[in-house]
Design a protein around this ligand. Structure first.
Ligand code: G1P
Length: 296
């Protein structure tokens, strides 16, 4: 069995929910505390042992890949000034084990299509992860183990696909992929067999309130299932539909319930919340209140 090392990160989206911020800055480059969103996500992948990162991108998004490139002039200038700590921090953005590849999604035909654009980079029989970078997944305060790492371990032990889920309010189910665990639900940090998954169901038709968070460990078969998938919800080729077919075909798909916290940074409220909560935890708490009046 091929080892699990690759992760596909689609970054070709327009970021309409973050406009006007995302008009000329890729949404993956918006800062969350002290680094761009994409850096948090690549750190998560590396922490989970997924060091071969495939960015599915498009024109106008080169800042995303540039972030992981060497900035020779900047490094030379910092070196000349003896700013070693800053240099080390910059170099840590792309540690030696990170192998980054970028490919293009020529047309915005949906998440399933974006993932399938990487099909030729995944070998037959090779598993792969998918991370949707809008959603930031962080461990609980004081904890360090990343949920994606636990999903990778589950895959290695069971060879069953792992789909990260968490509960959302009933009124919000139509914004997500919603999973069916046969009326039951996994406990935090645990996996449970999925009976089905449906993309953006109406609240009255949703099989549960467990939503797909945007972290997946999938077998190669998903790539071939995506090949001839018709458009689904919203007229787009949906990754969820390929996973539903995999469930019907093999039954080897689990819902993994996250232990950590998710922040939907693809929209203003979630992005602000991530900055407020994670900023406070990073020690910026006192500066996150009203500015103090100047004293003479
Ligand atoms: C995508 C997936 C959906 C998932 C969601 C998580 O939807 O299709 O299944 O629940 O991401 O953020 P999108 O947000 O791209 O519409």
């Amino acid at each position: 069995m091929n080892p699990l090392r690759k992760v596909v990160i689609p970054v070709a989206g327009f970021g309409t929910r973050l406009l006007p911020i995302s008009k000329s800055i890729p949404k993956e480059m918006v800062p969350v505390v002290d680094r761009p969103l994409i850096q948090h996500v690549v750190e998560e992948a590396l922490a989970a042992g997924l060091n071969e990162v495939i960015l599915v991108t498009r024109s106008g998004k080169s800042a995303v890949e540039d972030h992981f490139d060497t900035h020779f002039e900047l490094e030379a200038s910092l070196e000349a000034k003896g700013k070693q700590a800053l240099l080390d921090e910059l170099r840590a953005i792309a540690p030696p084990e990170l192998k980054l590849t970028t490919i293009r999604q020529p047309q915005a035909l949906g998440l399933g299509h974006a993932v399938h654009c990487a099909a030729h980079l995944i070998e037959e029989g090779e598993p792969f992860g998918v991370i949707l970078p809008d959603v930031l997944v962080k461990p609980q305060p004081g904890e360090s183990a990343v949920d994606l790492g636990d999903m990778a371990t589950q895959w290695r032990e069971t060879l069953r696909a792992q789909i990260m889920v968490e509960a959302v309010p009933q009124a919000e189910v139509q914004s997500y992929g919603i999973v069916d665990c046969g009326g039951d639900e996994p406990g935090a940090g645990a996996s449970m067999t999925m009976a089905g998954v449906v993309e953006k169901p109406a609240p009255e038709e949703a099989p549960s309130r467990l939503s797909v968070i945007g972290r997946y460990i999938l077998p190669y078969r998903v790539m071939t299932l995506l090949e001839d998938l018709p458009p689904g919800a919203g007229g787009e080729i949906q990754l969820t539909d390929a996973i539903e077919r995999l469930i019907q075909e093999t039954g080897d798909v689990d819902a993994f319930r996250m232990r950590g916290r998710s922040f939907d940074c693809g929209q203003i409220a979630g992005w602000l919340q991530a900055n407020a909560v994670l900023g406070r935890e990073a020690g910026y708490g006192e500066n996150l209140s009203e500015p103090a009046e100047a004293t003479a």
